[in-house]
Design a protein around this ligand. Structure first.
Ligand code: C5P
Length: 404
């Protein structure tokens, strides 16, 4: 029960994602938290207080000056009671009002009257999210210490696609748990590659693969939650990086190699989740390759192995690799562990529809002399479990090196 004895106000504002607040309430309660739900007037257009009352086990509060509630626990008392305020979904309007320091309803008043941190999971149309007014409000709020969870990117209820989807309840729960938990990687510098690479053939075509970058981004978030200072070198992916992460965008394996070798100096941990193209075109045609012959030949040359080069050049780094395999998982993973001189490798089966561009996955983790299975779950839960395992090993190893 990671949230036992934790007192949490869950603020729900108006947006279609409010229906997911029911699941979030259930997860927070299941994790042991004492949850009091506060809804804005707009939230009640999307989900009924009765649902949240049943799930939280407490009456839901809405109005600022409700005589019955004020007699039981006044709004200032409620604000003092909470260890944490989580706003999910946080609408553009609610975030704007928080940025301005308004106190014209119960939720905004509680945010002003509570000295503890506020976490917010924004949810809105992508145009509203990218609007300079919202972006300015967000930078004001983050400067003030409000911790953002998301937003995620993807299909929206309004039919648009882009950033502004509320993070999944499991991801919000992971961030809340991490907020209260021991930060196992506090002060550690972590470098991570993610996504596919693109190897150009001519000005309009390239070789690439099905990697979405989801697992890498989930790991970056889990590492931030564990207190690490995270830098990512990302192949082409539209996924937004978690708050506080330094991001370097690249296209080709050669660019990824170059930036990783530059960034690796001074880091403590390296995780290679990128699906790096093993080969690139020997010659990139300066002009678009024309359709004429029945058959054409492409000559491919090998790309540098980024992970192997990092582990050879920076022996102090704790190096973690990934192995996506369709067969003989353990054998191939253990071979890579040895050949690339890694501290740990996470292998995942990529047949049976698992693996690439999915929201769930399973991992078999190997290290010299041991292994552990992480069963199928959401990539965010899996990432949190892998970071915890990695941190346990890293901290043990690090202590050993320190006393050498
Ligand atoms: O040898 P294989 O490609 O299966 O190894 C997978 C692991 O090596 C992954 O961690 C991947 O990110 C990394 N890798 C790399 N550079 C390459 C190829 C793979 O960093 N050129």
């Amino acid at each position: 029960m990671p949230l036992r004895n934790k007192k949490i106000i869950l603020g729900i504002s108006g947006g279609i994602a409010a229906y997911k607040a029911a699941e979030l309430t259930r997860l927070l309660v299941k994790a042991g938290a004492d949850v009091r739900v506060v809804m804005t007037a707009a939230a009640e257009a999307f989900i009924t207080p009765m649902t949240l009352q049943a799930l939280s086990g407490h009456e839901v509060r809405g109005a600022l000056f409700d005589p019955a509630h004020e007699a039981a626990m006044g709004h200032i008392e409620l604000a003092r009671w909470a260890d944490l305020i989580v706003i999910a979904p946080a609408s553009a309007n609610t975030l704007a009002r928080l940025a301005q320091g308004l106190a014209d309803d119960l939720l905004s008043t509680l945010c002003l009257a509570n000295p503890n941190p506020v976490m917010a999971a924004p949810a809105m149309n992508q145009q509203m999210w990218t609007h300079p007014a919202t972006q300015r409000n967000m930078s004001l709020l983050t400067q003030r210490g409000v911790q953002l969870i998301g937003p995620a990117s993807g299909e929206q209820a309004c039919g648009d696609t882009g950033p502004g989807r509320m993070e999944e309840p499991a991801t919000i729960l992971a961030a809340v748990t991490a907020h209260f938990g021991e930060q196992q990687l506090a002060g550690r510098k972590l470098l991570l590659t993610l996504g596919p690479t693109r190897e150009p053939l001519d000005p309009v075509r390239f070789l690439s693969n099905r990697s979405s970058g989801k697992m890498g981004m989930a790991l970056a978030r889990a590492a931030v939650n564990a207190g690490a200072d995270v830098t990512i070198v990302a192949g082409p992916t539209a996924l937004p990086e978690p708050q506080g992460v330094k991001r370097i965008n690249v296209e080709t394996a050669a660019q990824m190699h170059h930036h990783v070798m530059q960034e690796a100096a001074g880091k403590d941990i390296f995780i290679a989740t990128a699906a790096v193209s093993d080969y690139r075109a020997a010659d990139i045609s300066a002009q678009k390759i024309k359709k004429s012959a029945e058959q054409i030949e492409l000559t491919l040359v090998k790309n540098p192995d980024i992970l192997a080069d990092v582990s050879a050049s920076f022996p102090q780094l704790f190096c973690v690799g990934f192995a996506a395999e369709t067969q003989d998982l353990e054998k191939h993973a253990r071979d890579k562990l040895t050949n690339k001189r890694l501290d740990m490798i996470a292998a995942n089966p990529v047949n049976d529809g698992l693996g690439f561009d999915r929201d769930d996955n399973s991992l078999e983790v190997f290290w010299p002399g041991g292994q552990q299975s992480l069963p199928v779950s959401s990539k965010q839960q899996l990432a949190a479990a892998l970071i915890e395992l990695l941190a346990n090993h890293y901290n043990k190893d690090h202590k050993r090196h320190a006393s050498d």
